[in-house]
Structure formats: C-alpha cells, structure tokens
Design a protein around this ligand. Structure first.
Ligand code: 2PG
Ligand code: MG
Length: 429
C-alpha cells in the first residue's frame, strides 16, 4: 500500500505572467504528481478565495504566504496518507482550511495540492489520470467550445460580451473537431486582417482574436462568415455560443446592462438574447445576467432553455450550495465547472454529479489566466461531461488541454466524440 512521502511547492508563472504555485506530491514508491493553480479575471464574488501576498513584490501577487502554509500546515498532514484516496485528502484540506471559501489556506493552495494528489494517486496505481478519476468506463471525449473572439475583461476592445465561441459538432473525432476549429480560426484571422488591418489579429487572454469591434452582431457575423469561408455550414457543422459574463457590464446602482453602447434593462437584454438566438445558430449562453439576478436566469431558461444551454458560471461558482438554489428555481439547464472556484477535486466532482443527477449539463472550463497543466482535459473525460471550454486553438496553456484530449483519444479503446449530443434537450428538476 503506497503512502504520500513528500509534498512541496514552488513558484511558477501563469499565462498572464502572474505568479502561481506548483505543488508536487511524491509517494513512498516513487510515484509523483504535480498540480498548478489557474486564475480568473472575471471572477464571481462567491468563488473560493485566491490568496496572494500583497505588498510590492510581484505587484502584490506573490504566493510566498501560501507556499509557507503548504510547508508548515498542509504537507506534514498529508505525509502518510494514501495518494489514491482523493476524498480523504480533500476532506482534510477542507477541514484544515476551516472557512466556507478557502480563505485561510487559499484556493490556489488547495487546488494545486488536490490536483497533485490526484496525479500522484494515478501514478501510484499505474493508471491514466482520467481513468483514476472516472473509472474504466469513461470513453466520452468532450465537444470543445472554442473562444475565438475575445471581449470583455479578456481583451482591450469595446465588445461587452466576453467570449464568442465556436462549437465544432460536425465531426466524429476530437482531432477532426480541432481541424475544423483551426480552419475556422485561420479563416477568421484572414477576414479580420482584410477588413480591419493587421492589428485586428492580435489575440486576447484566451487566444481568441481581439479585434476593434463594438457590436455583438458584428462579431457574430464574422464568426458565421469564417465558418462559411472555411467550407463548413453554420448551424450544422459548427454551432455558436456566448459567454456574456454579464456581471462585468451590469451597473448595480442604475440597474442597467451596458451592451453595445446602450443601457438595457434586464427585460430588454432578454429580448436582445432572444433575437440573437433567432438570427444566429447560438446554442449556448453563459452568465446572461449578473450573478444575483436569479429571477432573470429562470426567465431566460424558461424562454430559451429548449433550444439553448443557459449556463451558470459566476452564478454557481462550482459550489453545490448555489447549484441547489439554481435547481430549485430552474435557473439554468447547465453549469460551468472550474476546480479553483471551489478548491478541491472532490468538491468539483460532487458538483458535476449533482448537476447531472438533476438533468443539467456540466461544462468543464479553464480560467483566463491558465497554465500548461492539462488536468481539466482528464477531468472532462472522467466525468463524461461531453463539453469542455478551454479557449482558442492557440497559446500553449490552451493547446495543452486540446493536445491531452487527442492523446486520451489515442489511449482509449473505443473513444466516442460527444459531437452534438450535449445539445439535445434535457429536463431540469
Ligand atoms: C469565464 C472564464 C473562463 P475567467 O468567465 O468563463 O473563460 O473567465 O477565468 O476570467 O473567470
Ligand atoms: Mg464565464
């Protein structure tokens, strides 16, 4: 029976050039696992807390405090535990932290540690990470949602909507899906360069282009044109999605949403989404309203839920407590899943199970400040979510996830690409 022998951590950099921590777990048998904590920009207020040093070094973003806590409090307690007992380790992390939002140890510490233990556990028993987390039966490789036009706080342009996603459903393998996506990405690049000049093809945080656009429809028209130019059919080969991240453009005082240069009431915004869904092959809208407008979430799910996945990200922050509220209110029919929003692998798994149990789709997601750690690729296969959101097919921290999905496809006996199946109708409740 293998046991954890050593746990340590050190500084690493994330895709924004901010520091993060990398935790390493080594077992008595010599098995090793690592984990890196990602970081969000459009974070929900209910998220677990990312702990930073403050002060001047690293512009206040250092993780020395967190590394010291790892060494003094966490590592000594993990030594001697079984690396393949993820739940025991994660329960200990939750108990050691002792707060409802991981604010004492920091969710960056618990996330990196929990992921490192999962990998060490897999290595210790000699199985692939996705099999270790999901059992031998998982064969479903998720359909990716690729953010190829970046707006909101992820880009320096005037687009209010944060993410414009393409969804390559007209494929029968992950590689074909990525081929289609890459062809659309490069068609879009050529179109942007032609229409707006070379500066329009600079990329944003998630590898999508950040052109000088102002209007949502302009961006959607470009996506449709790029899909067609690449030789595919919008609506059957490639579907579209949006992450509005609406908390970012909501004015709480005035109670208006500022979209495309106009101030809209919640009802007007709902009508706006409805017209977009009528005009474009949109099947996915994430965070359409700000994170406390449960009523409007329920309203849009009622109106559009039979043809669109209405997704809670800032609404739920991967926390079962808020998900249950969403289930009770039929607030959404889908939920975004980010390990560092809650802070441990086991709590993330519980969240996905709860969503699935109630007929909701779950979408495993990266963060805008991510790392080369491909953990979420394994997680999405393990939990058979059928959906993953992990940026454009560009920038190493995004492609590491896609490359791992290709690798998993090669490892699996008879893999299945989720294609359009996650968009079939589901009943919530
Ligand atoms: C989101 C994410 C990832 P961030 O809003 O869904 O795309 O962004 O990591 O900045 O919260
Ligand atoms: Mg989001």
């Amino acid at each position: 029976m293998d046991r954890i022998a050593r746990v340590w951590g050190h500084y690493a950099l994330n895709s924004r050039g901010h520091p993060t921590l990398r935790v390493v777990v080594e077992t008595e048998s010599g098995a090793k696992g690592y984990g890196l904590a990602p970081s969000g920009a459009s974070t929900g207020t209910r998220e677990a807390v990312e702990k930073r040093d403050g002060g001047e070094r690293w512009l206040g973003r250092g993780v020395s405090t967190v590394l010291a806590l790892l060494e003094s409090e966490v590592a000594p307690r993990l030594v001697g535990m079984r690396p393949d007992r993820q739940r025991e380790v994660d329960s200990l992390l939750v108990a050691l932290d002792g707060t409802p939002n991981k604010s004492r140890l920091g969710a960056n510490l618990t996330t990196a540690t929990s992921i490192a233990v999962a990998r060490a556990g897999a290595a210790s028993v000699g199985v692939e990470l996705f099999k270790h987390l999901g059992g031998a039966k998982s064969k479903l490789v998720p359909t990716p949602l690729l953010n190829i036009i970046n707006g909101g706080v992820h880009a320096g342009n005037d687009l209010s909507i944060q993410e414009f996603l393409i969804i390559p459903v007209g494929a029968d393998s992950i590689l074909e899906a990525l081929r289609i996506s890459v062809e659309v990405y490069w068609s879009l690049r050529a179109i942007l360069k032609d229409k707006y000049g070379p500066q329009a093809v600079n990329v944003g945080d998630e590898g999508g282009f950040a052109p000088p656009l102002r209007a949502t429809r302009e961006a959607l028209d470009l996506l449709v044109e790029a899909v067609r130019t690449a030789g595919y059919s919008p609506g059957s080969d490639v579907l579209l999605g949006l992450d509005a991240a609406a908390s970012q453009f909501y004015d709480e005082k005035e109670r208006v949403y500022s979209v495309d240069g106009k101030n809209l009431t919640a009802e007007e915004l709902l009508e706006y989404y409805e017209s977009l869904v009528d005009e474009y092959p949109i099947v996915y809208i994430e965070d359409p309203f700000w994170e406390d407008d449960w009523e409007m979430f329920s309203m849009i799910t009622k109106r559009l839920g039979d043809r669109v996945l209405i997704v809670g990200d800032d609404l739920y922050t991967t926390n079962v407590r808020y998900l249950r509220k969403g289930i009770d209110n039929r607030a959404t029919n889908a939920a975004l899943v980010k390990v560092n929003q809650i802070g441990t692998v086991s709590e993330t798994i519980d969240f996905v199970w709860e969503a699935h149990w109630h007929g909701m789709r779950a979408i495993v997601s990266h963060r805008s400040g991510d790392t080369e750690d491909p953990f979420i690729a394994d997680l999405s296969v393990a939990l058979e979510t059928g959906l993953i959101k992990t940026g454009a097919p560009a920038r190493g921290e995004r492609t590491s996830k896609y490359n791992r999905l290709i690798e998993i496809w090669e490892i699996l006996d008879s893999p299945k690409y989720a294609a359009s199946s996650p968009f079939s109708r589901r009943t919530v409740g």
